[in-house]
Design a binder for this molecule. Structure first.
Ligand code: AMP
Ligand code: MG
Length: 301
Protein backbone atom coordinates (compact mmCIF):
# COMPACT_ATOMS: atom_id res chain seq x y z
CA UNK A 1 0.00 0.00 0.00
CA UNK A 2 1.34 3.46 -0.92
CA UNK A 3 2.05 5.73 2.05
CA UNK A 4 -0.44 8.34 0.81
CA UNK A 5 -3.15 5.66 0.63
CA UNK A 6 -2.32 4.60 4.19
CA UNK A 7 -2.56 8.24 5.28
CA UNK A 8 -6.00 8.58 3.62
CA UNK A 9 -7.32 5.35 5.13
CA UNK A 10 -6.03 6.38 8.54
CA UNK A 11 -7.95 9.66 8.24
CA UNK A 12 -11.15 7.84 7.24
CA UNK A 13 -10.85 5.42 10.16
CA UNK A 14 -10.19 8.24 12.64
CA UNK A 15 -13.25 10.08 11.32
CA UNK A 16 -15.36 6.92 11.57
CA UNK A 17 -14.26 6.46 15.15
CA UNK A 18 -15.27 10.07 15.87
CA UNK A 19 -18.67 9.52 14.18
CA UNK A 20 -19.34 6.55 16.48
CA UNK A 21 -18.16 8.53 19.51
CA UNK A 22 -20.41 11.52 18.75
CA UNK A 23 -23.44 9.30 18.08
CA UNK A 24 -22.93 7.39 21.34
CA UNK A 25 -22.30 10.54 23.39
CA UNK A 26 -25.28 12.45 22.00
CA UNK A 27 -27.61 9.50 22.52
CA UNK A 28 -26.40 8.99 26.10
CA UNK A 29 -27.01 12.70 26.78
CA UNK A 30 -30.60 12.05 25.71
CA UNK A 31 -30.95 9.10 28.14
CA UNK A 32 -30.56 6.32 25.59
CA UNK A 33 -29.12 3.03 26.86
CA UNK A 34 -26.69 1.15 24.64
CA UNK A 35 -27.63 -2.52 24.40
CA UNK A 36 -25.44 -5.38 23.17
CA UNK A 37 -25.94 -6.38 19.59
CA UNK A 38 -27.49 -9.72 18.76
CA UNK A 39 -25.51 -11.77 16.24
CA UNK A 40 -27.49 -15.02 16.19
CA UNK A 41 -31.19 -15.65 16.55
CA UNK A 42 -33.93 -17.90 15.15
CA UNK A 43 -35.72 -14.66 14.16
CA UNK A 44 -34.30 -11.89 12.00
CA UNK A 45 -35.50 -9.19 9.63
CA UNK A 46 -36.81 -10.92 6.46
CA UNK A 47 -36.03 -7.70 4.48
CA UNK A 48 -37.94 -6.60 1.44
CA UNK A 49 -35.42 -7.51 -1.25
CA UNK A 50 -34.06 -10.86 -2.44
CA UNK A 51 -31.32 -12.01 -0.13
CA UNK A 52 -29.66 -15.39 0.43
CA UNK A 53 -30.35 -16.81 3.89
CA UNK A 54 -27.56 -17.05 6.45
CA UNK A 55 -28.77 -20.09 8.33
CA UNK A 56 -26.51 -21.94 10.71
CA UNK A 57 -27.10 -25.00 12.79
CA UNK A 58 -26.85 -24.40 16.53
CA UNK A 59 -27.37 -27.57 18.55
CA UNK A 60 -29.71 -28.93 15.90
CA UNK A 61 -31.75 -25.71 15.80
CA UNK A 62 -31.91 -23.31 12.87
CA UNK A 63 -30.45 -19.86 13.60
CA UNK A 64 -29.84 -16.89 11.31
CA UNK A 65 -27.11 -14.27 11.41
CA UNK A 66 -28.68 -10.90 12.14
CA UNK A 67 -29.86 -8.99 9.04
CA UNK A 68 -31.16 -6.20 11.28
CA UNK A 69 -32.07 -5.97 14.94
CA UNK A 70 -35.61 -4.71 14.35
CA UNK A 71 -37.40 -7.45 16.33
CA UNK A 72 -34.91 -7.36 19.20
CA UNK A 73 -35.25 -3.57 19.39
CA UNK A 74 -39.02 -3.86 19.79
CA UNK A 75 -38.60 -6.62 22.36
CA UNK A 76 -35.97 -4.58 24.27
CA UNK A 77 -38.54 -1.80 24.71
CA UNK A 78 -40.51 -4.11 27.01
CA UNK A 79 -37.70 -3.32 29.49
CA UNK A 80 -36.14 0.01 28.44
CA UNK A 81 -37.56 3.23 26.93
CA UNK A 82 -34.79 4.44 24.60
CA UNK A 83 -32.20 2.10 23.19
CA UNK A 84 -29.41 1.93 20.64
CA UNK A 85 -26.88 -0.60 19.41
CA UNK A 86 -23.99 -0.59 16.96
CA UNK A 87 -25.32 -3.68 15.32
CA UNK A 88 -23.29 -5.82 12.89
CA UNK A 89 -25.53 -7.05 10.06
CA UNK A 90 -24.80 -9.78 7.56
CA UNK A 91 -26.80 -9.54 4.35
CA UNK A 92 -25.84 -11.78 1.46
CA UNK A 93 -26.79 -9.20 -1.16
CA UNK A 94 -27.21 -10.26 -4.80
CA UNK A 95 -24.09 -10.16 -6.99
CA UNK A 96 -25.50 -7.26 -9.02
CA UNK A 97 -24.91 -5.13 -5.93
CA UNK A 98 -21.16 -5.67 -5.87
CA UNK A 99 -20.48 -2.60 -7.99
CA UNK A 100 -22.92 -0.10 -6.49
CA UNK A 101 -20.29 1.33 -4.14
CA UNK A 102 -23.02 1.23 -1.46
CA UNK A 103 -23.33 -2.45 -0.56
CA UNK A 104 -21.22 -4.70 1.63
CA UNK A 105 -22.36 -8.10 2.86
CA UNK A 106 -21.23 -7.30 6.39
CA UNK A 107 -21.76 -3.80 7.76
CA UNK A 108 -22.80 -1.98 10.93
CA UNK A 109 -25.97 -0.07 11.68
CA UNK A 110 -26.51 2.38 14.44
CA UNK A 111 -29.92 0.99 15.27
CA UNK A 112 -32.14 2.91 17.69
CA UNK A 113 -35.72 2.74 18.94
CA UNK A 114 -37.89 4.83 21.25
CA UNK A 115 -40.95 3.59 23.12
CA UNK A 116 -44.18 5.53 22.47
CA UNK A 117 -42.43 7.75 19.90
CA UNK A 118 -43.82 9.06 16.62
CA UNK A 119 -42.02 9.25 13.28
CA UNK A 120 -41.51 13.00 13.70
CA UNK A 121 -39.65 12.45 17.01
CA UNK A 122 -37.06 10.18 15.44
CA UNK A 123 -36.69 12.38 12.37
CA UNK A 124 -35.88 15.36 14.60
CA UNK A 125 -33.46 13.25 16.62
CA UNK A 126 -31.77 12.08 13.43
CA UNK A 127 -31.30 15.65 12.22
CA UNK A 128 -29.75 16.63 15.55
CA UNK A 129 -27.39 13.63 15.48
CA UNK A 130 -26.42 14.28 11.87
CA UNK A 131 -25.57 17.91 12.57
CA UNK A 132 -23.57 17.00 15.72
CA UNK A 133 -21.58 14.43 13.76
CA UNK A 134 -20.71 16.89 10.98
CA UNK A 135 -19.85 19.67 13.45
CA UNK A 136 -17.45 17.41 15.33
CA UNK A 137 -15.74 16.09 12.17
CA UNK A 138 -15.37 19.60 10.73
CA UNK A 139 -13.89 20.87 13.99
CA UNK A 140 -11.52 18.01 14.78
CA UNK A 141 -10.41 16.63 11.42
CA UNK A 142 -9.54 19.62 9.24
CA UNK A 143 -6.24 18.07 8.08
CA UNK A 144 -7.84 14.70 7.30
CA UNK A 145 -10.68 16.34 5.34
CA UNK A 146 -8.14 18.36 3.37
CA UNK A 147 -6.13 15.23 2.49
CA UNK A 148 -9.39 13.54 1.40
CA UNK A 149 -10.32 16.63 -0.65
CA UNK A 150 -13.68 16.80 1.15
CA UNK A 151 -15.56 20.04 1.71
CA UNK A 152 -18.34 19.27 4.15
CA UNK A 153 -21.31 21.57 4.52
CA UNK A 154 -23.41 21.76 7.65
CA UNK A 155 -27.05 21.14 6.63
CA UNK A 156 -29.90 23.17 8.08
CA UNK A 157 -32.66 21.43 10.03
CA UNK A 158 -35.45 20.62 9.43
CA UNK A 159 -34.41 18.80 6.27
CA UNK A 160 -36.66 18.95 3.20
CA UNK A 161 -39.43 16.31 3.06
CA UNK A 162 -40.92 14.76 -0.08
CA UNK A 163 -43.78 12.27 -0.06
CA UNK A 164 -43.04 8.97 -1.85
CA UNK A 165 -46.04 9.51 -4.16
CA UNK A 166 -44.81 12.97 -5.22
CA UNK A 167 -41.21 11.79 -5.64
CA UNK A 168 -42.36 8.91 -7.83
CA UNK A 169 -44.64 11.12 -9.90
CA UNK A 170 -41.96 13.75 -10.46
CA UNK A 171 -38.85 11.60 -10.97
CA UNK A 172 -40.12 8.08 -11.77
CA UNK A 173 -38.67 4.81 -10.53
CA UNK A 174 -35.14 6.18 -10.09
CA UNK A 175 -36.36 8.94 -7.76
CA UNK A 176 -33.92 8.10 -4.98
CA UNK A 177 -30.80 8.53 -7.13
CA UNK A 178 -32.20 11.61 -8.91
CA UNK A 179 -33.12 13.31 -5.64
CA UNK A 180 -29.74 12.42 -4.20
CA UNK A 181 -27.84 13.77 -7.21
CA UNK A 182 -29.83 17.00 -7.49
CA UNK A 183 -29.74 18.09 -3.84
CA UNK A 184 -27.01 19.69 -1.77
CA UNK A 185 -28.59 18.87 1.61
CA UNK A 186 -30.16 15.63 2.93
CA UNK A 187 -33.79 14.96 1.96
CA UNK A 188 -36.48 12.88 3.68
CA UNK A 189 -38.75 10.63 1.65
CA UNK A 190 -41.86 9.89 3.71
CA UNK A 191 -45.09 7.86 3.40
CA UNK A 192 -43.94 4.79 1.48
CA UNK A 193 -46.70 2.49 0.23
CA UNK A 194 -47.32 -0.56 2.37
CA UNK A 195 -46.51 -2.98 -0.43
CA UNK A 196 -42.97 -1.55 -0.80
CA UNK A 197 -41.79 -2.28 2.73
CA UNK A 198 -41.51 -4.90 5.44
CA UNK A 199 -44.44 -6.19 7.54
CA UNK A 200 -43.30 -4.41 10.70
CA UNK A 201 -43.49 -0.89 9.19
CA UNK A 202 -46.47 0.85 10.78
CA UNK A 203 -49.49 1.59 8.61
CA UNK A 204 -51.09 5.01 9.02
CA UNK A 205 -54.47 4.32 10.68
CA UNK A 206 -55.93 7.35 8.89
CA UNK A 207 -54.58 6.42 5.44
CA UNK A 208 -54.77 2.69 4.76
CA UNK A 209 -51.98 1.50 2.47
CA UNK A 210 -49.65 4.35 3.48
CA UNK A 211 -46.88 3.84 6.04
CA UNK A 212 -45.72 6.14 8.85
CA UNK A 213 -42.12 5.63 7.74
CA UNK A 214 -39.23 7.46 6.11
CA UNK A 215 -35.88 7.18 4.36
CA UNK A 216 -33.17 9.79 4.57
CA UNK A 217 -31.35 10.43 1.29
CA UNK A 218 -27.82 11.83 1.26
CA UNK A 219 -27.11 14.67 -1.16
CA UNK A 220 -24.41 14.66 -3.88
CA UNK A 221 -25.44 11.26 -5.25
CA UNK A 222 -24.59 9.20 -2.16
CA UNK A 223 -28.08 7.64 -2.04
CA UNK A 224 -29.98 6.16 0.91
CA UNK A 225 -28.68 6.93 4.39
CA UNK A 226 -31.27 5.25 6.59
CA UNK A 227 -34.73 3.74 6.84
CA UNK A 228 -37.08 3.93 9.78
CA UNK A 229 -40.50 4.86 11.05
CA UNK A 230 -43.26 3.81 13.38
CA UNK A 231 -43.81 0.10 13.89
CA UNK A 232 -46.66 -2.35 13.94
CA UNK A 233 -46.86 -3.63 17.51
CA UNK A 234 -50.27 -5.26 17.94
CA UNK A 235 -50.35 -9.04 17.55
CA UNK A 236 -53.34 -9.20 15.20
CA UNK A 237 -52.01 -6.50 12.91
CA UNK A 238 -48.51 -8.02 12.76
CA UNK A 239 -49.97 -11.43 11.90
CA UNK A 240 -52.18 -9.91 9.22
CA UNK A 241 -49.23 -8.07 7.69
CA UNK A 242 -47.04 -11.22 7.70
CA UNK A 243 -49.77 -13.09 5.83
CA UNK A 244 -50.27 -10.19 3.40
CA UNK A 245 -46.55 -10.42 2.54
CA UNK A 246 -46.98 -14.13 1.81
CA UNK A 247 -44.71 -15.08 4.69
CA UNK A 248 -45.27 -17.79 7.27
CA UNK A 249 -46.14 -16.71 10.83
CA UNK A 250 -44.28 -19.83 12.07
CA UNK A 251 -41.00 -18.23 10.89
CA UNK A 252 -41.52 -15.51 13.51
CA UNK A 253 -42.97 -17.75 16.24
CA UNK A 254 -41.09 -16.28 19.23
CA UNK A 255 -41.68 -12.70 18.10
CA UNK A 256 -45.40 -13.33 17.69
CA UNK A 257 -45.63 -14.93 21.13
CA UNK A 258 -44.09 -11.80 22.67
CA UNK A 259 -46.31 -9.54 20.55
CA UNK A 260 -49.35 -11.39 21.90
CA UNK A 261 -48.12 -10.73 25.43
CA UNK A 262 -46.96 -7.10 25.01
CA UNK A 263 -44.98 -5.05 22.51
CA UNK A 264 -45.05 -1.29 23.07
CA UNK A 265 -45.70 1.20 20.28
CA UNK A 266 -42.42 2.69 19.05
CA UNK A 267 -40.49 4.43 16.31
CA UNK A 268 -36.85 4.22 15.33
CA UNK A 269 -34.36 3.91 12.53
CA UNK A 270 -31.15 2.22 11.46
CA UNK A 271 -28.35 4.14 9.79
CA UNK A 272 -25.45 2.39 8.08
CA UNK A 273 -22.15 3.52 9.63
CA UNK A 274 -20.07 2.72 6.53
CA UNK A 275 -22.42 4.71 4.27
CA UNK A 276 -22.35 7.61 6.73
CA UNK A 277 -18.53 7.48 6.74
CA UNK A 278 -18.49 7.36 2.94
CA UNK A 279 -20.67 10.47 2.74
CA UNK A 280 -18.78 12.41 5.43
CA UNK A 281 -15.41 11.59 3.85
CA UNK A 282 -16.65 12.03 0.27
CA UNK A 283 -15.44 8.59 -0.83
CA UNK A 284 -16.16 6.92 -4.13
CA UNK A 285 -16.89 3.48 -2.74
CA UNK A 286 -18.09 2.00 0.56
CA UNK A 287 -15.11 -0.40 0.52
CA UNK A 288 -12.89 2.58 1.33
CA UNK A 289 -14.54 3.06 4.74
CA UNK A 290 -13.31 -0.07 6.46
CA UNK A 291 -10.19 -2.18 6.98
CA UNK A 292 -11.97 -5.42 6.14
CA UNK A 293 -14.65 -4.71 3.50
CA UNK A 294 -16.95 -7.58 2.59
CA UNK A 295 -17.66 -7.17 -1.11
CA UNK A 296 -20.51 -9.33 -2.47
CA UNK A 297 -19.10 -12.33 -4.31
CA UNK A 298 -15.49 -11.82 -3.23
CA UNK A 299 -13.46 -13.81 -0.74
CA UNK A 300 -12.65 -11.14 1.85
CA UNK A 301 -10.98 -11.52 5.20
P1 AMP B 1 -32.59 -1.04 5.73
O1 AMP B 1 -33.38 -1.24 6.98
O2 AMP B 1 -32.58 -2.22 4.84
O3 AMP B 1 -32.95 0.22 5.02
O4 AMP B 1 -31.07 -0.84 6.22
C1 AMP B 1 -30.76 0.21 7.08
C2 AMP B 1 -29.54 0.96 6.63
O5 AMP B 1 -28.40 0.12 6.66
C3 AMP B 1 -29.59 1.48 5.21
O6 AMP B 1 -30.30 2.67 5.09
C4 AMP B 1 -28.11 1.64 4.91
O7 AMP B 1 -27.58 2.81 5.49
C5 AMP B 1 -27.52 0.45 5.61
N1 AMP B 1 -27.37 -0.71 4.71
C6 AMP B 1 -28.34 -1.55 4.29
N2 AMP B 1 -27.84 -2.52 3.51
C7 AMP B 1 -26.51 -2.29 3.42
C8 AMP B 1 -25.43 -2.96 2.76
N3 AMP B 1 -25.61 -4.08 2.07
N4 AMP B 1 -24.17 -2.45 2.90
C9 AMP B 1 -23.97 -1.34 3.62
N5 AMP B 1 -24.94 -0.66 4.27
C10 AMP B 1 -26.20 -1.13 4.19
MG1 MG C 1 -33.79 1.04 3.48
Amino acid sequence: MKSEDIEKLKGVLKIQSDIRKTLGEELRKKDFIEISSVILSPITDPLNHPIAPTNINCYGKKYSITQSMIFHKQIALRTLEKIFAFSPNVRLESLERKNTGRHLFEFTQLDLEIKDAKREDVMKLCEELFISVIKSVKKNFKKELRILGRELTLPKAPFKQIKYKDAYQKYGEEFEQIISKTHKEPVWIVDFPLTNREFYDGEDPKRPGVLRDMDLIYPEGYGEALSGGEREYKYDRIKQRILKKGQKPSQFKEYLTLAKDDLPPSAGFGIGIERLTRYICGLKRIEETTLFPKIPGKRCI
